[in-house]
Design a protein around this ligand. Structure first.
Ligand SMILES: [Zn+2]
Length: 222
């Protein structure tokens, strides 16, 4: 599979998972599922609206149309990047030469205000990143400049989704504790059928914290 073309804005690469201004959420009426426990769309089209039985937000796909929102996340491209382990910026597979050089590991880069390392088993909705894009991102991204941590990860395992929980009684969205309004819900969680998913979430196992500059300079892990 060829990676989609890298798009730029004002000379800088636009992350593959960033939404563009012409890409918008498409509201659907949430109803109680008729044949199972949980929520459904009133006009649901299972092939497009569900992934592994989980209901997903609807979002238009017009990558490159309008202006990019560099701090935002397009739910369906995030899912595509996470499920196929694509670099979140250039969308190339992270099963690349570096993956072999790094002993069969993927690079994850996350915001960390105090630079705290990624914990073993930490869950994340941030897809992997390739080495060159990681170096460029920490230089160019204002959010990451505030603090980040990077790790090589042996086993990024499917864990669940992040999304909006619906109250089974009222069918109203429930408030979430996080800044982006999303709640992390494990695949085993009984609340899963009441979740409208907006991110694919993995748990990071076999984490080794790395220094990006040294990684770039030596192509090695330490
Ligand atoms: Zn990349």
């Amino acid at each position: 599979m060829n990676a989609p073309r890298q798009l730029t804005w004002n000379g800088s690469p636009v992350p593959f998972i960033a939404p563009w201004s012409r890409e918008t959420p498409r509201a659907g009426t949430i109803v109680r599922a008729s044949r199972a426990t949980g929520i459904a769309y009133a006009d649901e089209f299972a092939a497009a609206d569900r992934r592994n039985g989980i209901l997903w937000v609807r979002y238009s796909v017009l990558r490159g149309a309008g202006q990019p929102n560099l701090a935002g996340v397009h739910p369906l491209r995030q899912r595509q990047a996470m499920s196929h382990m694509l670099c979140q910026v250039c969308a190339k597979s992270t099963y690349d030469d570096a993956f072999s050089r790094w002993g069969g590991r993927h690079l994850f880069l996350v915001r960390a205000d105090r630079g705290q390392p990624i914990r073993e088993g930490e869950t994340t909705a941030t897809p992997p990143i390739c080495g060159p894009c990681a170096i460029e991102s920490v230089r160019a991204c204002p959010e990451l400049r505030k603090g980040y941590t990077a790790a090589l990860v042996e086993h990024p395992q499917p864990w669940g989704v992040a999304g909006t929980l619906y109250d089974p009684r009222t069918l109203r969205p429930m408030p979430a504790p996080t800044r982006d309004g999303l709640t992390f819900v494990n695949y085993e969680d009984p609340q899963l059928p009441w979740t409208l998913a907006a991110r694919d979430v993995v748990t990071l196992l076999g984490c080794t914290t790395v220094d990006l500059d040294r990684l770039a300079a030596h192509g090695a892990t330490v």
